[in-house]
Write a protein that binds this ligand. Structure first.
Ligand code: S3P
Length: 765
């Protein structure tokens, strides 16, 4: 309802040509949105017009266009695709009788054919003709089925031409948005391709299945028992036959292409069934089942991919009440780095890998989905449990399209190495943030190994990786301390001839080396260099993913800065290459102790116990920087609450994370009133003055832009514990990439925060 009110329709007279379900529902939706101007209808069937008037959907109507065109400011062509030519032909000479600024739009399900008709009739696509297509419908037809809610929360695709008038586009958007639809733009060819796959093909299959079964003699018997699957699958076979005939005539080529893909898919499945190939069946079914659940969650928005959420519904905002406590015993989700690697190595191993504690965040799920797309059967995740049916070093299959890894830099960089060694070509893409991140750091050394990789300008994604290249091991002196680059090269090295050696300028996380070793692959290390020899194999081994110390950090800092806090974080990974945050907090004077230290699957874990005590500012030792690289947003909040100044240098890598984290944190802290000075490779943050009461608020509230960076969002959420006013944080949906359930855990320990859509729909704390 809210959106309806914000999109008033300023048309002086709307004419709907074709008063069926689609045109009638638009009229009904406009009425329900409070449009009070005249709506006229034109339809060859006088009964439909009479019914439309009786229902109050239109004010007047006629079977002839010339009788209703006068002073129309918006003309909506809602006729079947194949009727478009005669309707446009009739309309063209009458247009001078409409308003001077008349806008014309249509609702046809295929766009290229309608564009061709417009060119034929008008000589070109007029600038005031905005082709459009509401993706909504029903198996019912006629104005009697008109439903004012038909377009609510549905998409309308408009397919403008390069010279379509932007004002005309805005007016077409407005009528659909008034009906509570989400309007997006696409070019004509893409629209037809997408619709062929997502709408035309399923209709074709439903029509065909029902027709095939209905022709069989015992059909009554069959239909009597056909509930459940049959009913769900074939509902759309009840749709309007004329409309669908027109669509298949008009979108012939795109439909045939999608039918070819489908036939290949059925042939593969047939083959699996025929030969009793249980693994192949499981791979296909689990990939489809996962994709269907993912699709469902997009539809229901129970969880979402951040980018989708942003495009469709505006961004997600956190609103955090100042103050609160941090107490209790919690367990944060599984380690992101280890979760990514568990899928990668599990897929390439021989045998079945059982994973416990897998992070069900969007980043690691993107990795999991990518391997499904390369033919790996993966069960789960179910409460952190994943079963991977390894296909061996050379068992991956070419995916049918680009692999989309969302926000996950780790996935893209590690994949680039692993895919450089495959027999097939691949393309890696990601979301807007990832598309800005540097990939030359992996593409360059991979090229020296013999890989062929194309990047977009400036070494940015997408990456196009050529398969079937002979790789040769190299010795690489990494210019930056990056575990992603190191891991990428080691993974490529598995496929390379000879030794691949990587020297790191400072120690970085060594999960790849540990896990390779756990899977029986010989990885050597001498000082700052590690290496392996290509051509070996991996053997499946169980993996127990510890809780992510990077996620635990937000609560460690939360407790460290909040008077009265006493918190235990269980089963946290304390790999020596990840414990920078523990060392830094201890140097700042934090009361932090480790207990129950033990090892799970080659990774050390412990329970972390932290109690409040006032912190002091420090110069952060440079050797701790790579060991705490993801923890700085939270550590800067600790610094803002410490006595004196905290100085960080040697941290230029922070500028190329999910956002420029030095800049994002400097801006956000500045907004709260925390004094800071930014340097190219670091920052000085001024905390409390000496002698200032440690218990009062440390800074003000304010409005922060997280820039879609999950760790910036969470850092400012915990900052509110010591703020004097509310902290509002924009663009927080990406928290789901690394820390699903953050809000719930934060509330559980004593923070008071709510999430809401940035356009203002609130959800209470
Ligand atoms: C990661 C390495 C780090 C880290 C990232 C995860 C990994 O990146 O920031 O979140 O899993 O290897 P860099 O290697 O680019 O420093």
């Amino acid at each position: 309802m809210l959106r309806r009110a914000t999109h008033p329709v300023a048309e002086s007279r709307i004419l709907i040509v074709g008063l069926g379900l689609i045109g009638g529902s638009l009229a009904a939706g406009l009425r329900a949105a409070g449009y009070v101007g005249p709506i006229a209808g034109c339809d060859p069937d006088p009964d439909e017009i009479a019914l439309g008037i009786e229902m109050g959907v239109i004010d007047e109507g006629d079977t002839r266009l010339e009788a209703v065109i006068d002073s129309a400011s918006m003309i909506v062509l809602a006729v079947p695709v194949l009727a478009m030519e005669s309707v446009m032909g009739e309309l063209s000479p009458l247009l001078p009788r409409a308003t001077a600024d008349v806008v014309i739009t249509d609702v046809g399900s295929t766009k290229a054919a309608i564009r061709d008709v417009a060119r034929k009739v008008f000589g070109r696509v007029p600038a005031n003709l905005v082709l459009g297509h509401p993706i909504a419908g029903s198996e019912k037809s006629g104005v009697a089925a008109a439903n004012p809610e038909l377009y609510a929360r549905h998409k309308v695709i408009i397919t403008p031409e390069p010279d379509t008038d932007p004002v005309a586009m805005a007016r077409v958007r407005a009528i659909w948005q008034a009906c509570d639809a989400d309007v997006l733009e696409m070019d004509v060819a893409r629209h037809d391709e997408v619709l062929a796959r997502t709408s035309h093909l399923p209709h074709l299959l439903a029509f065909s299945l029902v027709d095939t079964l209905a022709r069989q003699d015992e059909r009554l018997e069959i239909f009597r028992y056909a509930a459940g699957g049959f009913r769900d699958f074939t509902r759309i076979a009840g749709s309007d036959p004329v409309m669908w005939r027109d669509i298949f005539v008009a979108n012939r080529d795109a439909v045939l292409a999608s039918l070819d893909d489908f036939e290949n898919g059925v042939a593969r499945l047939r083959q699996a069934v025929e030969s009793g190939d249980a693994d192949a069946m499981l791979a296909i079914f689990s990939r489809a089942s996962h994709a269907r659940h993912y699709f469902e969650s997009l539809l229901n928005q129970t969880s979402y991919q951040a980018e989708y959420h942003m495009q469709q519904h505006g961004k997600l905002r956190y609103r955090v009440t100042p103050g609160g406590g941090v107490n209790g015993r919690i367990r944060v989700p599984g380690d992101k780095s280890i979760s990514h690697r568990s899928i990668m190595l599990g897929a390439l191993a021989e045998g079945v890998t059982e994973v416990k504690g897998f992070l069900e965040g969007e980043d690691s799920l993107a990795t999991l989905q990518a391997f499904r797309e390369m033919g790996v059967a993966i069960e789960g995740p179910h409460q952190g449990r994943v079963t991977i049916h390894g296909v061996g070093m050379h068992g991956l299959k070419a995916p049918s399209g680009p692999l989309y890894v969302g926000n996950a830099g780790t996935a893209m960089r590690l994949f680039s190495g692993l895919l450089a060694g495959q027999a097939f070509d691949t393309e890696l893409t990601g979301d807007t943030s990832l598309t800005k991140r540097p990939m030359g750091r992996v593409a360059d050394p991979l090229r020296t190994m013999g890989a062929e990789i194309e990047t977009a300008e400036g070494g940015r994604p997408p990456l196009r990786i050529k398969g079937d290249r002979a790789l040769t091991g190299i010795t690489y002196d990494m210019p930056m301390a990056s575990a992603q680059v190191k891991s990428c090269l080691l993974l490529a090295g598995l496929y390379a001839k000879g030794e691949t050696r990587v020297r790191e300028p400072a120690p970085t996380r060594d999960h790849t080396e540990r896990m390779l070793t756990g899977f029986g692959y010989d990885v050597q290390r001498d000082g700052d260099t590690c290496w392996l020899t290509g051509g070996g194999k991996l053997t499946a081994a169980p993996i127990d993913v510890p809780s992510d110390i990077s996620s635990a950090t937000f609560f460690l800092v939360a407790a460290a800065i909040t008077p009265g806090s006493d918190l235990v974080l269980e089963h946290v990974g304390i790999n020596p290459t990840r414990v920078g945050v523990i060392n830094i907090l201890k140097l700042m004077g934090a009361d932090l102790t480790l207990s129950n230290e033990h090892e799970v699957g080659g990774e050390p874990v412990a329970d972390l116990h932290i109690r409040y005590t006032p912190l002091k500012g420090i110069d952060i030792p440079v050797d701790q920087v790579p060991l705490a690289i993801d923890e700085f947003p939270a550590l800067f909040v600790a610094a803002a609450n410490a006595e004196g100044t905290t100085r960080l240098r040697g941290a230029e890598e922070l500028r190329v994370k999910e956002s420029d984290r030095l800049q994002a944190m400097a801006d956000g802290l500045g907004e709260l009133g925390v004094e800071n000075t930014l340097f190219e490779d670091g920052i000085d943050i001024v905390g409390r003055r000496p002698g200032e009461a440690a218990e009062g608020p440390s800074y003000g509230g304010g409005h922060i832009d997280s820039l879609g960076d999950h760790r910036i969002a969470m850092a400012f959420a915990i900052a509110a514990l010591r703020a004097s006013g509310e902290i509002v944080i924009d663009d927080c949906a990406n928290v789901a990439t690394s820390f699903p359930g953050f809000i719930d855990l934060a509330r559980k320990v004593g923070l008071s925060l709510a999430e809401e859509a940035e356009d203002g729909d609130g959800e209470g704390a």
